[in-house]
Design a protein around this ligand. Structure first.
Ligand SMILES: Cc1ncc(COP(=O)(O)O)c(C=O)c1O
Length: 438
């Protein structure tokens, strides 16, 4: 079998990277795939070796993984256009790649709209999917022509009427009792059943057109059957609008909540079946979704450096240079988030065996860098004995990680760099950084 070619470039060479990626995709006999573990490790080593003085944490974005995830989406949901939720991970190259693959975008603020419009994405590929928008952001949306937004209160209707009267609306509804996901959203968002008629009427009276219904069952949905209930509820709202003498709705937005795991198959089967049952004969229906985690979570790997060590009895303690106030902020508000895999890359301690294969492990604690005891990343975790300047690699770190981190103590999460990689089959093996082969 041919060795796989590994290409990587640094953020800042946007167009080069994507052009190389897409031209490689289209070349005969080359198949872009996810990085294997070995390729990922080799790539991480190449980044570290390239800049030996830099021990800052960094991300690796696997472009091939994003492509595979998009293919998975398209195969299961050929009729549902994904509007990627920018809040989940606004990494510009990631957004650019999704845009090139045809995604739309769910933006929740002016900054997110600016990021997407700045890539040259047409504003009709954006939903302003925040139910409560600052007036200035609404004015901006009107200026650039983002003309579709969600709402769930009459105050928002007034605001939109005043600042963006051309905006079409999706009524966001709350579905059920809000226990369908690891991170529920329904306590804050979505119209209650008894609020639906008044909210439809409020928009109609304000001469704003309500073109559809949106729901979001929460992030990382655990009960896939809830999609059926949600789709049935949305159908009721479509019917209610007709009964109220309003124009027929034509957009159904099924929100996010998907994970790139086997559960996605269950979700897709349930959704397909429910759409058939409730919207099978709805004329001209446009179906959209707002997936965030599905695209971002498994596409990014975080690489952190061990900056401190202490040994207390049998327990080894380590400090790394990212933590709960940085990329792992999601662990604070999503305590059930299981850290994917955490693997050592002990380039300092065991240069001949950096993955520490077959080494003895010890109960270990891993702290983040912040002067706050809450910043504890792992407890009672089995690791080989490591030392300062070794690395810890966290997989599946793309969702609500860099986007949610802070600058607490001066550790600036937004400054963490992202390196791009992908794997394809080829007869030669090479690594590129900054667009130049080395
Ligand atoms: C309005 C809206 N859409 C989409 C998303 C993305 O959800 P997920 O990452 O679960 O797909 C969120 C997440 O909070 C959201 O609030």
């Amino acid at each position: 079998m041919c060795p796989k070619q590994l290409l990587a470039m640094e953020l800042g060479t946007h167009s080069n990277v994507l052009q190389t990626f897409f031209s490689s995709k289209s070349k005969k006999n080359k198949k872009v795939t996810n990085l294997t573990e070995e390729e990922l490790n080799n790539f991480i080593r190449s980044v570290i070796t390239m800049k030996p003085d830099v021990i800052d944490p960094f991300y690796v974005l696997d472009l091939g993984a994003v492509k595979c995830i998009m293919e998975k989406w398209n195969s299961k949901f050929p009729q549902i256009r994904p509007f990627y939720a920018v809040k989940c991970n606004p990494e510009p190259m990631f957004l650019a790649l999704l845009a090139m693959m045809g995604a739309g975008f769910d933006c929740a603020s002016q900054a997110e709209i600016e990021a997407v419009v700045g890539l040259g994405v047409s504003p009709d590929r954006i939903i302003f999917a925040s139910t409560c928008k600052p007036e200035t952001h609404l004015k901006y949306a009107a200026t650039v022509g983002v003309n579709l937004a969600t709402y769930d209160s009459s105050y928002e209707v007034e605001k939109i009427k005043k600042w963006h009267p051309k905006c079409a609306l999706l009524l966001r509804i709350k579905v059920g009792d809000d226990n369908y996901a690891r991170r529920p959203l329904g306590n804050k968002f979505g119209a209650l059943p008894e609020e639906i008629i008044p909210l439809l009427q409020a928009a109609h009276t304000a001469h704003l057109s309500v073109v559809g219904v949106a729901f979001h069952l929460g992030s990382a949905v655990t009960h896939q059957e809830a999609y059926r209930f949600a789709i049935a509820s949305a159908k009721t709202v479509f019917d209610t609008a007709i009964q109220l003498g309003m124009p027929r709705m034509h957009i159904l937005d099924i929100g996010g909540g998907f994970t790139a795991s086997p559960q996605f198959e269950d979700a897709a089967a349930t959704i397909k079946d429910a759409l058939e049952s409730y919207f099978g004969d709805e004329p001209g229906l446009e179906m959209v979704s707002e997936p965030g985690r599905f695209f971002a979570e498994t596409s990014f790997t975080l690489v952190t450096n061990i900056i401190g060590k202490r040994v207390r009895g049998n327990v080894k303690e380590y400090w790394i240079n990212d933590g709960l106030y940085g990329s792992m902020m999601n662990m604070l508000h999503d305590p059930d988030r299981v850290i994917g895999t955490v693997k050592p890359l002990a380039l300092n301690s065991y240069p001949d065996n950096p993955t520490c294969s077959r080494l003895m492990t010890y109960s270990s604690i891993v702290y983040g860098p912040i002067a706050n005891s809450l910043d504890t990343v792992l407890t009672n975790y089995q690791l080989p004995e490591l030392n300062v300047n070794d690395w810890l690699v966290f997989s599946e770190m793309g969702a609500y990680s860099a986007s949610a981190g802070s600058k607490f103590n001066g550790f600036d999460t937004s400054a963490i760099r992202t390196y791009l990689a992908y794997s394809n089959q080829s007869s030669e093996s090479s690594i590129c950084m900054n667009g130049n082969k080395v």
